[in-house]
Design a protein around this ligand. Structure first.
Ligand SMILES: Cc1ncc(COP(=O)(O)O)c(C=O)c1O
Length: 364
């Protein structure tokens, strides 16, 4: 291992990679998270030896002991980021250092070993170099999914002594089917996502497992996503199942709930805060209640709302549905501020808009 540049990855090429014509067909309409590239990156960690065996190797199923701790106590974390095809044909990542940092923070919260940030970045870059033919052009991108889980076979409840870190890659199109202009969200009043002192700020699988019943409820009500309120007062808007949330007011200002340990610190959220400030907008990281959101939408003070995240980029929220009724935002079809922020963000990610903050990290 080289601490500064990360480890050297040995490379084992796939003996039978997907043929070019079959790959082209798969890239035509990949959807989200269904198509995977030929290879994966893996690194093992043991208490005795630390990080070792960094490899780029064929993507294949794992052999996992039935007693592996992750299967019992959910000691697992993950990340999500995208590689974009630039207009000049190159490939770039968007702020991957932020994902490396968040991965380390998640590891600390879940009592897992911290992967050096340089190693995280290198694993992703090596995988992209190997599977570069899978990076789609057009509106598509290559979604990278780094994750780490407790692989030690042991049923005692304590931090495991063995882990596997993995990166897989999936060419993707729009997260919401048909590239919807505005989505409908369901207000969960039976379930909360995260409590003070819990794991809300970490990207651990358990958070998502616990949110699925609410997501299923949302889908039953014809909604795309669920919006969660805080666990203590059941009053304050926190975030969606997999995205942060913003409101746009009639004076052009933006507001998003503050990070306080129960909300995932989104890389897109942070970029939107910066881009909006660059435009001279007032931006508030302040909590707002569901009731206030509803009242302000009714009197036209809240003009727009949008969700943001790596997968959904920036997507307007047109309607909230709730057990007590819900409400529509604006005309329900999205708004110009969200649309313009989306265009600016995508432009930076694709190399078409000046990257004033040094967010784009070219890989190839
Ligand atoms: C719960 C949750 N909130 C917010 C986000 C947005 O984070 P990011 O912009 O880093 O993708 C995600 C997606 O990763 C998420 O799962």
């Amino acid at each position: 291992m080289n601490a500064e540049h990360g480890p050297s990855f040995t490379r084992r090429a796939h003996p039978a990679p997907v043929a070019a014509d079959a790959r082209a067909a798969m890239l035509e309409d990949p959807g989200f998270g269904r198509v995977f590239t030929d290879h994966m990156a893996t690194i093992r960690w043991t208490q005795q030896h630390g990080w070792r065996d960094a490899e780029i190797r064929p993507r294949e199923p794992f052999v996992l002991d039935p007693a592996a701790a992750v299967l019992h106590y959910a000691q697992e974390i993950f990340e999500g980021l995208k590689a974009y095809r630039l207009s000049d044909g190159g490939v770039a990542l968007f702020r991957p250092e932020q994902n490396a940092r968040r991965f380390r923070a998640s590891a600390e919260r879940l009592a897992m070993p911290a992967l050096p940030e340089a190693t995280f970045l290198r694993s992703i870059e090596k995988l992209i170099e190997t599977d570069v033919a899978w990076v789609p052009g057009g509106d598509g991108s290559l979604y990278l999914r780094p994750f780490m889980f407790a692989s030690e076979p042991f049923l005692g409840v304590r931090p495991a002594a063995e882990y596997l870190y993995v990166v897989i890659a999936s060419p993707v199109g729009a997260y919401f089917k048909g590239g919807k202009k505005a989505v409908t969200v369901w207000l969960s009043d039976d379930y909360t996502r995260a409590a003070p002192g819990g794991t809300g700020a970490a990207k651990c699988g358990g958070n998502y497992a616990a949110s699925l019943v609410a997501q299923a409820e949302a889908m039953k009500h014809g909604c795309d996503q669920v919006v969660f309120l805080d666990a203590a007062e059941r009053k304050w808007v926190e975030e969606l199942g997999g995205m942060n949330v913003f409101l746009v007011f009639d004076d052009g200002s933006l507001q998003t709930p503050p990070l306080g340990g129960t909300i995932l610190p989104g890389v897109t959220r942070d970029a939107i805060l910066t881009l909006a400030r660059d435009e001279g907008r007032t931006v508030r990281e302040e909590r707002f209640s569901y009731e206030q959101w509803k009242a302000d939408a009714a009197r036209g003070k809240v003009r727009e709302a949008f969700a943001c995240g790596t997968a959904a980029v920036v997507t307007s929220i047109g309607e909230i549905r709730a057990a007590e009724g819900g409400f529509v935002i604006g005309d329900g079809g999205g708004g110009p501020v969200a649309e313009a922020l989306r265009a600016k963000l995508v432009g930076i990610q694709r190399g078409d808009v000046a990257d004033a903050h040094g967010w784009v990290r070219r890989v190839l």
